[in-house]
Every structure is written in structure tokens, then in C-alpha cells.
Ligand binder design. Sequence first.
Ligand SMILES: NC(=O)c1ccc[n+]([C@@H]2O[C@H](COP(=O)([O-])OP(=O)(O)OC[C@H]3O[C@@H](n4cnc5c(N)ncnc54)[C@H](O)[C@@H]3O)[C@@H](O)[C@H]2O)c1
Length: 413
Amino acid sequence: MGKLRIGIIGTGGRGIHCFGKSFVGPHANEVEVAALADTNPVRAQGARTELGIACDLHDSAAELASRKDLDAIVIASVDCHHEEHAILALESGKHVYIEKPLATTVEGCLRVIEAARRADKTLSMGFNLRHDPVVHKLRELVGQGVFGTIFSLQAIEHYNGGRTYHSRWNRFKSQTGGLWIHKGSHDFDVINYLMGPQTRPARVACFASVSVFRPDRLPFPLRDGVPAGPRCSVCPYAKECPDAAPATDTLLFNDQTAAVDGYHRDECMYLSDKDTHDQGIAIVEYANGATASHSEYFATPITNRRYLIEGTAAHGEGDLHGSAVHWQPRWSTDRIDYQIGPRKGGHGGSDPSIIQAFLDSIRTGRQPRATAIDGLWSVAVGVAAELSRAERRVVELSELFDPNCDLLREPRP
Ligand SMILES: NC(=O)c1ccc[n+]([C@@H]2O[C@H](COP(=O)([O-])OP(=O)(O)OC[C@H]3O[C@@H](n4cnc5c(N)ncnc54)[C@H](O)[C@@H]3O)[C@@H](O)[C@H]2O)c1
């Protein structure tokens, strides 16, 4: 088999800095980036220059998907377009890598799953956390049965990069479905992955709010008659604001690209209009009675993800940034510590691993570690969390879809 010809939809950070760079770098002998598509043609041109290649450019996903000379398509566009782009790619007979979330609604996920079943192509779901060495080790221990029956899991995320969720498009539900879907879908998937497919989430409750990134918490005093914002690059308080975004002028994001679509990445995270949250907790009950919680904190000096596992036979913990896993059997003080590493590449080594797995799944037809059905389950928990927060009630997943429907049967698309 010759080089895989791949097109990328969405020439922003993820599409180019992660996938494009990897394809023209470590995978250059097996992949040719044949085409790029973005609704912003200036960004697409910048992306091509950034990659140092001479591929075709398209200003619509449909145009790129309709090409006959592609083996696969990477979808790294804005979340609310994932469903449309995935269906276009599958219906035109391409293998697909789709960034999380699979879609921003449960109905959208089901439509993608339906298209994947019809297409009989591989769909790699972009849950790179499944490729994180710490999560991988936890999953391996779960598979060995050392926890006995898992009855509770906790996922805790601290992210000192909170700016990204309050300064860009992802602060709007219209673009993402909500932060529990856009961001939380990663962790809901890890929880589902560790619980295993024999039990599924059944109901969700959630509390979340904007506690810090709001106008009354600006981290500097205002001078009379001198308003702050609206963006760090033009804000008169930028020098005294500890949260000011560093100035960036890249081939992908600059004044020329912003002139096309008005997309800036440095909206003031305190003053920006938004319908997201900056802290919250979602709790989940599984069909077998097991419980889980996921809490996220975006106004924090630390960055880490931790997972805690409670089983009938043992307790376990995974610390992503500490690259540590430990396991302690019940009725014992003997604890086993695993130091994980070394980690190389984006997102703690999970990006190179998921890209390799995507290419392998195209060549071998082997099922990827996360499928469209996994994408659906994590989005369903996220949708239920958003609904629970809005309506202040426990949301049953069966309100959203029929968990036993034919579409979700094995083998998984
Ligand atoms: N797995 C991960 O760890 C991870 C990390 C970051 C982002 N993501 C996901 O990757 C995707 C891209 O995120 P990003 O941070 O790179 O965003 P970005 O803003 O840097 O890039 C998005 C690009 O999509 C383009 N776009 C928007 N609508 C389009 C359309 N209809 N057709 C074609 N292009 C369109 C935009 O112009 C932009 O260039 C998102 O779905 C996000 O959730 C995943």
C-alpha cells in the first residue's frame, strides 16, 4: 500500500499543529496531506505555509469530502459542524478521524453512527485520553480484575488554561453544546472506559456556574473612565492583569485571519459574553448502581487530571501530570506504585499514540480504541449534565435516546 492520502477539515490549532505537523513530520513516509479545508481561506493558506507543503485548499468541507483521491479525512473543525462533516466524509467513502465531541447532540451522534454503519469505514473517535499512559495503565489493571467490581469512580480536572474556554468560540453552547460536552466528554469517556461496556450511564445530576470569570472579579482595579477589554491585545490593563493572554501572531491566527471571520482568541475571559461555566460537578449513576463524579475547575493555578477508582477488591488512583498510578488492595496497607513514562509528544504522549492508532486502523481495518458508540455515550452524559444544570433536576439518559436501540448493537461502528 502506498502513502495514505489524507484531507484535513479545520485548519486551526488541532488540525494543523497536532495532525498536520505529525503527518508532514514523523509520518511523512506513510501519509500525504492532499487537501485542507477551512471556511477561512486566509487561515487555510497560512496552514499550508506552516506545513511547508503544496496541497489543494478548499473553502468548504463538502468540496474536500467529495474528492475521489482521498483515503481518509481528519475532522478538526468547530464542534457544531462535526456531525455534518462526519456524515459527508463517511458518505463519500472515506475513513474518518473525528475530534471530540462526536456531535453536539445525542440525535446528531446517532445520525453519525448510522452513517458509519452504512459506510463500513473506520471511524476513530478522538478520545486521546484513552491513549494517555496513565489511563492506559488504569484500564489494564481494570482488565486484570484487580479492583474486583468497580462501584465508584471520580474524575477531577484542574486546568490552568481556563482562558481557552472563556475567550474563544468554545464559550458558546451554540458552538459546542456546552462545556460538559466540549470538554467533559473526554472525562465522561474515561469514566465509561474504566467502568467497561457491560454497564452504562443511566442518570446524571449537575451543578455548575461561572464563579470567577465574570466582570465583578476582574483581578485589577478599574480607573475612572477607563473601561477594560474587550480583548487582551487592546486592553489598557493588559500589563497589570495577571490573566492577560500573551500576544500571538501566527500564520493561523493574526489580523488578516481575524479580518475574514472576526475570530480572536484573546477576548477578556472576565468580560466576555458566555453561556459556559468555569467550575462544576456532574454526578452519574450507572445502570448497575455504580456511581461516578466529574469535577472541572478552570480558575486554578494547577493543571492536572486525576482519576480515583473504588472497587470491591481495591482502591486505585491515576495522576496524569504526576505520571503515577497506584493500587492498594482492600484489607492491606501494601500499596503498589507504578511510575509511568517517559512521555513524549502532545497531551502527555497521547496525541502521537492516537495518530498512530488512526493510521493503523485504516491500514488494518482494526477497530480503534474509541468508536462512534463511545462518542455517543460520553456526549449523552454531557447533554444530560447540561440539561440537569439548566433545569435543576436529575436527567435520565433514557429521556434522550433508547439505550437498547439496534443502532448501538455490536459490532460497533
Ligand atoms: N482531543 C483534544 O485534546 C482536543 C484539543 C483541542 C481541541 N480539540 C477539538 O478539535 C477541534 C478544533 O479545535 P481547535 O482548538 O483546533 O479550534 P481552532 O479554532 O483552532 O480551529 C478550528 C478551525 O475550524 C475552522 N472551521 C470552523 N467552521 C468550519 C467549517 N464549517 N468548515 C471548515 N472549517 C471550519 C475554523 O475556521 C478554524 O480554523 C474542536 O472540535 C475541539 O473540540 C480536541
